[in-house]
Structure formats: structure tokens, C-alpha cells
Write a protein that binds this ligand. Sequence first.
Ligand SMILES: NC(=O)c1ccc[n+]([C@@H]2O[C@H](COP(=O)([O-])OP(=O)(O)OC[C@H]3O[C@@H](n4cnc5c(N)ncnc54)[C@H](OP(=O)(O)O)[C@@H]3O)[C@@H](O)[C@H]2O)c1
Length: 241
Amino acid sequence: MGGLGRTINGSYAEYTRASASNVALIESDLPWAELAVIPETYATAWTCLFRNLEITPGQTLVIRGATSAFGQAAVNLAVNAGARVIGTSRNRERFALLEELGVERAELEEPHLSERIPEAKRLDAVLDLVGNTTILDSLAMLRRGGRACLAGWLGGLDPIRDFNPLLQMASGVHLTFFGSFVFGTPGFPLSDVPLQAIAEQVAAGRLKAKPSRVFRFEDIHEAHRVMEAGEGKGKMVVVLD
Ligand SMILES: NC(=O)c1ccc[n+]([C@@H]2O[C@H](COP(=O)([O-])OP(=O)(O)OC[C@H]3O[C@@H](n4cnc5c(N)ncnc54)[C@H](OP(=O)(O)O)[C@@H]3O)[C@@H](O)[C@H]2O)c1
């Protein structure tokens, strides 16, 4: 977080530099591989849900790209907070995974989901991890005062072309963005995120956050192959023996 792996080299080094403002104490008996799943993904998902989207119990939320590692963390946190969650995947075979995490329903991900989803115009929030290709469609699903958070780009990073809010944006909806690179900067202290409480909920099994795969450092090529083939099925961790 805070630029690690972007402006600060060393994601795959045994030692690296981290900003002191991004060092957080987590007291836990979880093994390292399970702890490693938490910070980036859960801090980001938590911030999107409870800061950008201001989710409250009983609200109905769509998470697009819900089977991604980030999406699964968001489903976990939102369900645990008492929200009604609808998760999307392009693959019906992955609906069972989302149901295990507690979604009320899974929907097939497609660019015009707003035209098909029964809750259209009544939704409180959309967390959009598919990204620029779907965010306008996500805005079209919201009720007045509803919020969309754009925080992932699984569908590609091409800019949104010919976006004319007058013609394409519903009145009274909110569009927000969040990127984890701001953690540790003024206005975005990491202490805002309840990492200790999240780790405790993981340890207690209330959040299902085990890594989908754990690789040895020597097998990092295989980790990349799995990730690039879309076979990760959740958060993958690399450990040094
Ligand atoms: N804002 C931030 O700070 C932040 C932080 C972390 C990650 N991210 C972003 O969040 C996204 C998810 O990251 P991740 O590491 O969790 O991903 P991941 O686990 O690698 O996600 C893989 C899943 O994404 C879905 N997917 C792949 N291509 C897709 C497409 N073209 N359209 C729709 N769904 C597609 C597939 O699910 P199905 O086959 O089930 O559809 C796939 O299994 C990425 O875009 C990443 O850059 C943002």
C-alpha cells in the first residue's frame, strides 16, 4: 500500500521500504500466509464500502466482479455488516462460491446489467470492480442518493469515451473512486481502517479470508501463470520459507 510495488520497488524482495505511516500493529495468532491476505485487500474493500459507499445494515449493494480476491473481501465485509449483497460473475459455475460467502443472489456479469436486474433504480450502492466498461451502467442501477464506487478495472483500463453526464448520468446519484495508493497520505491514514478487528473476525471465522493458494517463492512463476490465466479464485500468497 502507499505505493509499494508502484513507486517503491521491492514487492518480491525479502526486504523493502514501507512508509512508517503504513506500518500497522495487528496482534493475532493467524499464520503469516493468512495474515498476508488481509492488509491491502481488506483495507481497500473496507474503505470502499464504509467510507465511499457509506453502507449501513439492511442496504442493498451490488458488487461487480465479486469473485475476484478484492470482490470476495468486499462480499465478506458487506455481508458481515448486515447488507444484502448481490454479487456478479461472468461464470455461473462461480455462483456457488459467492453463495458460500453469503450473497443474497448472484447475477451474471454483463455490460447492460442495469436493464435486467430487478432492483434497478432501487439499489443503495454498487461497488464496481469491472470498471470503466461498466461504471455508467452501474450508475443507471442506483436509486436517487445511491452511490457507486469505481475501484477495479477487470474489464480493462481504456478511458470512458464520450461520457456526457447530461445524457448518460441519472440525476441525484453519487460517483466515487478509491485507490489504495493514497493510504498513509494526509486525509487517508491507515489507522482509519479497523485492521485489528478485521483480523479478529478472520480468526473467528466470521470473515472467510483464507488464501486460495499459497506458493513458495521458488514457485512464483506458477503463481503468475495461475493469476494471468484467471485461475486464482481468490487471494494468492507467496511465502519465504
Ligand atoms: N482500487 C484499489 O486500490 C485496488 C486494490 C486492489 C485491486 N484493485 C483492482 O481490483 C480488481 C480486482 O483485483 P483482484 O486482484 O482481486 O483480481 P483477481 O482476483 O485476479 O480477479 C480475477 C477475477 O476477475 C474476474 N474477471 C476477469 N476478467 C474480467 C472481465 N473482463 N470482466 C469481468 N470480470 C472479469 C473473473 O471472475 P469471473 O470469471 O467470476 O467473472 C476472475 O476470476 C483489479 O482490477 C485490480 O486492479 C484495485
